[in-house]
Design a protein around this ligand. Sequence first.
Ligand code: SF4
Ligand code: FES
Length: 247
Amino acid sequence: MKLKLKIWRQKNSTSKGSIVNYNVDNISPDMSFLEMLDVLNSTLIKNDESPVSFDHDCREGICGSCSLYINGQAHGPDRAITTCQLHMRKFKDGDTIYIEPFRATSFPVIKDLVVDRSAFDRIQHAGGYISVNTSGNTQDANSIPINKTDADSAFDAATCIGCGACVATCKNSSAMLFVGAKVSQYALLPQGKVEAADRVVKMIDQMDLEGFGNCSNTGACEVECPKGISLDNIARMNRELMKSKVL
Ligand code: SF4
Ligand code: FES
């Protein structure tokens, strides 16, 4: 396949960026999107030009670092996958592809397609710890029964990989799907209930401090989330916040 690429290039966080045109050739439909960028970068390096910076780590849909806006969609045109899981067979020979970083005030561009998502880390840090008694013998796992529905919902919430697609796709740059997932993964389990009231308040305070917008229920975040995190988690977060006010 031959492709025309229009890629956001930006030297650093303070410089002004712009879209730059590139052509790539010999792209196999079986390549991943990131492998296609690797091909482009090899050519740029051979020509003594600066390669395009983009984030990646696992390339298996686990780490959440490969966050690109492709033809106006977070993680590209496929559903329920990350950018590293997107294959070139989703495109046609001769296509023009626009590649931009995730855009949100709270995710400033560091270079080219790389954005700073440390705001997510600070929200998680604000959530703090869970109380676990570590003295004496290890507690038998079966001594704390957890019903299957709660265990499944907590697990589903915990699959959030912190990629930021929910923020990038939301017209308000809201982080509520991410924070809802992080609140839910603990709130549903007995081990997380001890600090639950404190945790939800601190995480929401930090989310606001980081400059993320509010949720206006468009549901775009749920559609673009590669892990299928449900809007139910936002509702649960709001219920947890209300509970914290009356306890
Ligand atoms: S909720 Fe989904 S889109 Fe948002 S950070 Fe988590 S995995 Fe990514
Ligand atoms: S590189 Fe880890 S999720 Fe894509």
